[in-house]
Design a protein around this ligand. Structure first.
Ligand code: ADP
Ligand code: MG
Length: 626
């Protein structure tokens, strides 16, 4: 390529890009085909952007209104060219787009590989794709010449991927009339990407359904042959689409590698007409909990791509991928105006309702598949329980839980309510990050003894939605919150209620309370403990303990409420300590602190004062040895 500047300015990649490129260059990942998917997807995006800008500025399209992607192979020179006649890039846009990392997916990727070894990193490349830079998996030099639609200058970007790149003005005669030409100087071991059948097979598998036709030239001077028609799959009748075609489309449109767990394709008719093609992935996308992650539903108007930022679905459905193609929205509406359009509001409502009702249907028609979806995305769907009050009932019906009675399976609230015990007026739950620890937490003992089922909630979001939600007229109540009210619920037949605490135990409890002072808000005899000696609970109107920890951890709470220490009056150790009398004052004092620390540890916390804790434990052990 000849240029008008003699010595191009050399620029350094942003640090993160350099790191990413290092991974690409040294990639040992065997499935390098993803680079092609990434380049095609960029080329298709560029064509769609032009189609959109051309609506308000038809001059941009000039003589050539047909978007197209052309691949040219040159086995002799070991080169692969991916060219589009899309929107193109100006010099400034090039240095912005091909020198930095802007998009959040790539950022998330960088965070994920920060701790990973090189080999793992290259596995991740396969999963993520990671855009334009993945070209360096197969090329030791990449030149991109681009001419923005309507511009009479062109620029060329060039790099060997080793830390620097150059951008300079390109000879207009050698640039594409419009759009971008990416030339890959392939590495020796990537020569197979100059074989027509390899490319054709890869394109069909990965990018067969991009909405722009793709042409292939086997040799630089060969006639281009069409290998993908660029027809919009969603406009075809359902009966004419195979499940492979849906899967291919899903993979290329969503950039996923899995199969869709649910495919939804329908045409809404009536007041508003639009087509929906939506997929629920089979695996969790990596950035599901990235705060920047927006929805992944694209908006088309009569097959013209308008935006992927229309927020068609509520946030708690952000795992759904796909598109809506509206027949009613005006084509020349600006992206900003779309947000306010009543047509969009109707679409938003209709699509969200339909997806939830399809999930509901699936839960009875194929519960195994449904539970897989719930296992992946339940934590996200539950955000809707406090964000979308209008659909709360629907979401509660979709929710599944692990419980003390489910033996590791999922249970619905309908199941739970069907198993309520006599006089049970609440749905009990316990929250904590770890299912096993939760299932064995002392607060559950009294519930177990009475056969009361307790929901085991392990997602962060659980602490937030449970407050203020009712199901079937029953509030949700934390087992760590307030008095347990268990005495109203009868024990299984044949079991006797525990006798009331003796005076000596009452005295000991008062002593513990005096000893712990400010560290607790109360010390009292427990109804909920049957095996353990102690546990911590929240005061009657206090926050659930787990929620409190989350808020405190996020710096959103100034002072946590002091917990209540509950003591099991029927426990042998407590009975002995109660009878130990005044002679053992020092021992009883150590015991009071140690019991409190024991309860903290059972809650996953540290002893209040780890040094004092060790000293007390040591004293006790020494004493035990005589
Ligand atoms: P992403 O496509 O997710 O934004 P990429 O790394 O694939 O990330 O591309 C980075 C940016 O480079 C794109 O957002 C786009 O602005 C620009 N770009 C890449 N390829 C092309 C192309 N063929 N035509 C126009 N712009 C492109
Ligand atoms: Mg891209």
């Amino acid at each position: 390529m000849t240029t008008t500047e003699a010595v191009p300015a050399t620029r350094s990649f942003e640090a993160d890009v350099a790191k990413l490129l290092h991974l690409m260059v040294h990639s040992v990942y065997s499935d390098k085909d993803v680079f092609l998917r990434e380049l095609i997807s960029n080329a298709a995006d560029a064509c769609e952007k032009l189609r959109y800008e051309g609506l308000s500025n038809p001059n941009l399209l000039g003589e050539d209104g047909q978007p197209r992607i052309t691949l040219t192979l040159d086995p002799e020179a070991r080169q692969l060219i991916v060219e589009d006649n899309g929107i193109g890039m100006s010099e400034a846009e090039m240095s912005e787009a091909l020198g930095t990392i802007a998009r959040s997916g790539t950022k998330a990727f960088m965070e994920k590989i920060a701790g990973a070894k090189d080999a793992e990193g290259s596995q991740l490349i396969g999963q993520f794709g990671v855009g334009f830079y993945s070209a360096f998996m197969v090329a030791d030099r990449v030149d991109a010449v681009s001419r923005r639609a309507g511009a009479d200058i062109a620029a060329i970007w060039s790099s060997d991927g080793l830390g620097t790149y150059t951008i300079q003005t390109a000879d207009i005669a050698e640039a594409p009339p419009r759009g971008t030409r990416v030339l890959l100087h392939l590495k020796e071991d990537a020569a197979s990407y100059t074989q027509g059948f390899t490319i054709e097979r890869t394109i069909k598998a990965q990018s067969g359904h991009v909405p722009v036709p793709i042409f292939l030239r086997d040799k630089p001077d060969a006639e281009p042959k069409q290998i993908a028609d660029g027809a919009a799959l969603w406009t075809k009748p359902k009966a004419e689409i195979t499940s492979e075609e849906y899967t291919d489309f899903y993979r290329s449109a969503a950039g996923q590698f899995d199969d869709p767990a649910l495919t939804l394709h329908y045409r809404a008719e009536g007041l508003h007409e639009y087509t929906v093609l939506a997929f629920v992935p089979e695996t969790k996308p990596f950035d599901l909990f990235d705060p920047d992650r927006a929805g992944r539903m694209k908006l088309y108007v009569r097959r013209v791509f308008i935006t992927d930022e229309a927020q068609i679905l509520p946030r708690y459905l952000r795992f759904v991928r796909g598109l809506v193609d509206s027949s009613d929205l005006p084509l020349n509406v600006s992206r900003e105006m779309i947000q306010e359009s009543p047509v969009l509001a109707a679409i938003q409502k209709g699509v969200a309702n339909r997806i939830l009702s399809e999930l509901d249907k699936l839960s009875s028609s194929d519960s195994e598949r449904y539970l897989k979806i719930w296992g992946n995305f339940g934590a996200v769907l539950k955000e809707g329980l406090y964000e979308d009050l209008a659909r709360r009932e629907t979401l509660l019906a979709l929710a599944r839980f692990r419980t003390t009675a489910s033996g590791g399976d999922w249970r619905s609230l309908k199941d739970y309510v069907a198993g309520l015990k006599e006089n049970q007026t609440a749905i009990y739950y316990a929250t904590g990050p770890d299912l096993d620890r939760l299932a064995s937490s002392p607060q559950l003992e009294g519930f177990r003894a009475r056969g009361i089922e307790v929901l085991l909630l392990t997602d962060q979001v659980d602490s937030f939605w449970v407050t203020g939600v009712d199901y079937d007229g029953k509030p949700f109540k934390s087992v760590t919150q307030g008095l347990a009210d268990l005495s109203l619920i009868p024990l299984p037949e044949g079991e006797q209620p525990a006798p009331a605490a003796s005076d000596a135990v009452d005295g000991f409890i008062a002593f513990v309370k005096a000893t712990l002072g400010d560290a607790v808000s109360d010390v009292r005899a427990s109804e909920r403990l049957t095996e353990s000696a102690v546990c911590l609970v929240a005061p009657e109107h206090g926050m659930d303990r787990q929620l409190e920890k989350l808020l405190a951890g996020a710096g959103r709470l100034d002072a946590a409420a002091k917990p209540v220490l509950e003591i099991n009056p029927r426990h042998a150790l407590i009975a002995k300590l109660s009878d130990a009398g005044e002679d053992n004052a020092a021992l009883r004092e150590d015991a009071a602190h140690l019991l409190f620390d024991e309860a903290r540890i059972a809650d996953g916390e540290l002893p209040l004062d780890p040094r004092a804790f060790s000293a007390r434990l040591t004293r006790l052990l020494e004493r035990g040895l005589g």
